[in-house]
Design a protein around this ligand. Sequence first.
Ligand code: OFO
Length: 173
Amino acid sequence: MLNKKVEEAINKQIVAELYSAYLYFAMAAYFEAENLNGMGQWMKAQAFEEMYHAMKFYDYVNERGGRVVFLGIDKPPEKWDSPLATFTAAYDHEVKVTGMINDLVDIARSENDKATESFLNWYVDEQVEEESNADEIVNKLKLMAGAPGGLFMLDEKLGQRTYVWPGVGTEGE
Ligand code: OFO
């Protein structure tokens, strides 16, 4: 049976993961409106990955005999000043999510919930990748300093990102 305090904290994290999806869909819409469809594709793939993060928590709560409750999701921003500003906001968001996952680990530890602590290790590792992916793009954008040729090449490259939904109840990205 899942400890109530842990259950509540995970339910809040489900909303945070769904907000991440919402934010990245909003960023995709912004890029597509700017004709940067590759960056839009990258953001859509990221948004689907965030939905998987949420559903992985969903499955875990159910598996432990807890109760998933869906709370409200905030409205994300609609536009950003540039691709650099957008990916910087994505990076900052991931740093914030890393903090949330670390807080969850602390709650699991304080409640002596070893199963949840072990489950959360997947997210701890995932956040290293999440921060690094956004950071790499931020650095590339800084290096090209707005040069249109570089921007279009990067857009092309980022458009190659795909995301295969691992399925609910299965292990995956
Ligand atoms: Fe779910 O990792 Fe990004 O937010």
